[in-house]
Ligand binder design. Structure first.
Ligand code: NAD
Length: 710
């Protein structure tokens, strides 16, 4: 079977249909490019008027072949691969007859680059269809001519935005920005439009191959563009702190390409592509955000052998911040939701949260009034437990209090079928303990959502001592059903995400006590690649909540006869709580919070005078990052984590662990266990035993091992 099937119609138009054998999607590899090259050769036939390039798969072409990229070890390999792709595409656009892309599904990355090498592009007007250059999200840049053709088609500024953000572009938007020539209602119209264009444009040439070509908006020499390039790199650095070399390489490739002719610009692009492909950052991101994420979505952490399940009716106990969010994301995918609270107004208020989100979406044109009303009709606010009858799953999101949770568990179970699952959204209370209130602990599980639920992509599934495999599998299926990414962890204090996240925040807070300037602490957090700096995060979480959890932990450990080593940051938290600075909810914590924003509280300098000698920024960053990675390694060692993929994805999706490192365990893999252990020991000698390297990494350093899933 050929990768590209070729057919000539009676109108003399050649239709080349991409259909890579044995693959669900078309991806850019040698086989596909050879097929396109062969199709282009057929244009030499005088009877052939032009070529329509389309696809037999659901997508047009999904992008580069990541498996192939992952095997590259020398920079010559990506350089040559990029040049080979470019040669085929350049041949296609220069052979003198019109070539049209009929885009029937997603055209992403290399897929869009193929379409850009066609003289015109038509696309099916389906809002779910995605166009775009998402390479930057895997630490790469478009190496198939994207940084050369896009600026020449839509202008340098727009091209930088498309490639720098890597966002999906809908067909409508693509039409607006001049990326495509027209929209079709369906596939038939798509093919008809493509054919008609060929007939109407027998002498098609790309704009950049016309003698009087000018970049829309000017090339890199144009004053407005030169001005853009005088600020764009610093704007990008301000956002990325220089942690994403692909961003710099995209800008350099576009800038230099904007001074050069097409072929020279193409060679420059291949060099920058090779630099990206060989970077540790792209290896980290591909390993985690591609391979590990795909493995998770395919069910690597789901017990095999349990039939796939779907939740049809969901009960939610507690219509507060979390319950309201869980109701929204569930109703959104068609699940019938019963939202229960202690008073009718509270339950109604929980439903009103969905109304608010949907009204906004309708206003912005992202949804319709019909869809909003249908979704809202699926949420029934109530105070009556009887309405929970027939639920496949109940998620409990009441106050973080064992007794309250036990009470609602019993009341709900009284009306549920024996087969129904019961999940707690607790953030701190061990699941095995909560399950003691249940008459069927095998059906009891933790589903730890993150706030705000509608935006956070992760759900941490917690397996209690008695949780059955079937319960886990069904919980897993529900998380996928609502479009979130599940990680699976074993029960333990703080589970995985809260436990490791706390080490980041606490390390930042502890630095204050050592006389480090609060602004340096905050900047270190951002430079490290975290989405929010530690002191601001502690204010968001609230200092009183952290103190409460610490006190609870101390008591629990004392009851279990286990030692308790308080983090030095806790003294700072306690001190601020004593003077009422408990965080954002009180308008004051490490910051003064006002409607206009936040400002570091000037009084901090009196409580924690800034030392005359300040540590280097690198040291602060290391402390913030090694603290997290080391704690994640301990979670793995203790069996809290069940897989490396869950650890890495959980860290990035759960609390925003700097994505360019590829996750909390990949952080260790990338530098190598010996280097990690050595640096941990230096930090431990100076700052305390919390930095003693996890035994599992010490073992890896000795044996040459690394974190890897089987
Ligand atoms: P919240 O205070 O906003 O909401 C709790 C709701 O539960 C309130 O509406 C309350 O009226 C209701 N409630 C209390 N007792 C009840 C009872 N006996 N029967 C029915 N309803 C009752 O709290 P939240 O932030 O939504 O947190 C809920 C749970 O989710 C807690 O266990 C919390 O630890 C956990 N959690 C919170 C977050 C977060 O960021 N807020 C994140 C993950 C998990």
């Amino acid at each position: 079977m050929a990768a590209v099937n070729i057919e000539v119609g009676s109108d003399g138009v050649l239709v080349a249909t991409m259909d890579l054998p044995g693959r669900a999607m078309n991806v850019v590899n040698d086989e596909l490019m050879l097929g396109i090259a062969q199709a282009a050769q057929r244009l030499a036939d005088p009877a052939v008027k032009g070529l329509v390039l389309t696809s037999a798969k659901a997508d047009f072409c999904a992008g580069g072949d990541i498996d192939r990229m992952s095997k590259w070890t020398r920079p010559e390999e990506p350089f040559e691969a990029a040049n080979a792709m470019k040669a085929v595409l350049r041949g296609l656009e220069l052979q003198g007859k019109p070539v049209v892309a009929a885009i029937n599904g997603h055209a992403l990355g290399g897929g869009l680059e193929i379409a850009l090498a066609c003289h015109a592009r038509f696309v099916v007007d389906d809002a779910r269809l995605k166009l775009g250059q998402p390479e930057v999200k895997l630490g790469l840049l478009p190496g198939g001519g994207g940084t050369v053709r896009l600026p020449r088609l839509v202008g340098i500024q727009q091209a930088l935005q498309i490639m720098g953000e890597g966002a999906d572009i809908s067909p409508q938007k693509a039409l607006g920005m001049g990326l495509v020539s027209g929209l079709a209602r369906d596939r038939d119209e798509l093919m008809a439009m493509a054919r008609a264009w060929i007939v109407a444009n027998p002498k098609a040439r790309q704009p950049w191959d016309q003698p009087k070509f000018r970049f829309p908006g000017g090339d890199s020499r144009a004053p407005a563009v030169a001005q853009l390039f005088s600020v764009a790199p610093s704007v990008a650095s301000a956002r990325s702190w220089g942690n994403y070399p692909a961003l710099q390489h995209i800008m350099s490739s576009v800038f230099e390409g904007g001074l050069l002719d097409f072929d020279a610009a193409s060679r420059v692009e291949s060099r920058y592509f090779a630099a990206c492909a060989m970077s540790q950052v792209s290896r980290n991101m591909i390993g985690t955000l591609w391979y590990q994420l795909n493995a998770i979505k395919k069910g690597a952490s789901r017990p095999a052998g349990v039939p796939a399940s779907k939740v049809r009716k969901l009960g939610i106990l507690g219509a507060g911040m979390m319950g309201a969010g869980i109701a929204y994301v569930s109703a959104k995918v068609g699940i019938e939701v019963v939202l229960l609270d202690t008073a009718a107004e509270l339950a109604e208020r929980g439903k009103a949260y969905s109304q608010g989100l949907l009204d906004k979406a309708v206003k912005k044109g992202r949804s319709t009034a019909d869809k909003r009303d249908a979704l809202l009709a699926r949420i029934t606010p109530t105070t009556e437990y009887a309405l929970l009858a027939g639920c496949d799953l109940v998620v409990e999101a009441v106050f973080e209090d064992r007794a309250v949770k036990a009470g609602v568990t019993r009341q709900a179970e009284a009306v549920l079928a024996d087969t129904a699952l019961f999940a707690s959204n607790t953030s701190t209370l061990p699941i095995t303990g909560l399950a003691q209130a249940s008459a069927r602990p095998r059906n009891f599980i933790g589903l730890h959502f993150f706030s705000p639920v509608d935006r956070m992509p992760l759900v941490e599934i917690i397996v209690g001592k008695d949780t059955s495999d079937e319960t886990l599998a069904r919980g897993f299926d529900y998380v996928l059903q609502i479009g979130k990414t599940p990680i699976v962890v074993n029960d333990s204090r703080g589970f995985y995400t809260s436990r490791v996240f706390a080490t980041y925040v606490m390390e930042g807070v502890a630095l204050l006590q050592e006389g480090v300037h609060p602004r340096s602490i905050e900047v270190a957090g951002l430079q490290a690649g975290m989405p929010m700096p530690p002191l601001a995060l502690q204010d968001e979480v609230s200092l009183s909540l952290s103190l409460h959890v610490a006190e609870q932990t101390r008591k629990d450990l004392a009851a279990e006869g286990k030692p308790w080593l308080e983090h030095p940051g806790m003294q700072v938290v306690r001190k601020l709580c004593e003077i009422g600075r408990i965080g954002k909810k009180a308008g004051q914590g490490f910051y003064d919070w006002t409607d206009d924003g936040k400002l570091l509280w000037p009084g901090l300098a009196n409580l924690y005078p800034v030392a005359a000698r300040q540590p280097e920024q690198r040291e602060l960053i290391d402390r913030l990052m090694f603290a997290q990675a080391n704690e994640a390694a301990r979670c793995f060692e203790e069996g809290v984590l069940r897989s490396v993929a869950d650890a890495d994805i959980g860290s990035i999706f759960g609390w925003g662990f700097a994505p360019f490192h590829g996750g909390a365990l990949q952080f260790i893999n990338a530098m190598g266990a010996p280097a990690f252990v050595a640096r941990c020991r230096e930090l431990a000698a100076r700052f305390g035993p919390r930095f003693e390297p996890a035994a599992i990494v010490v073992g890896q350093a000795a044996s040459g091992g690394r974190f890897a899933d089987a």
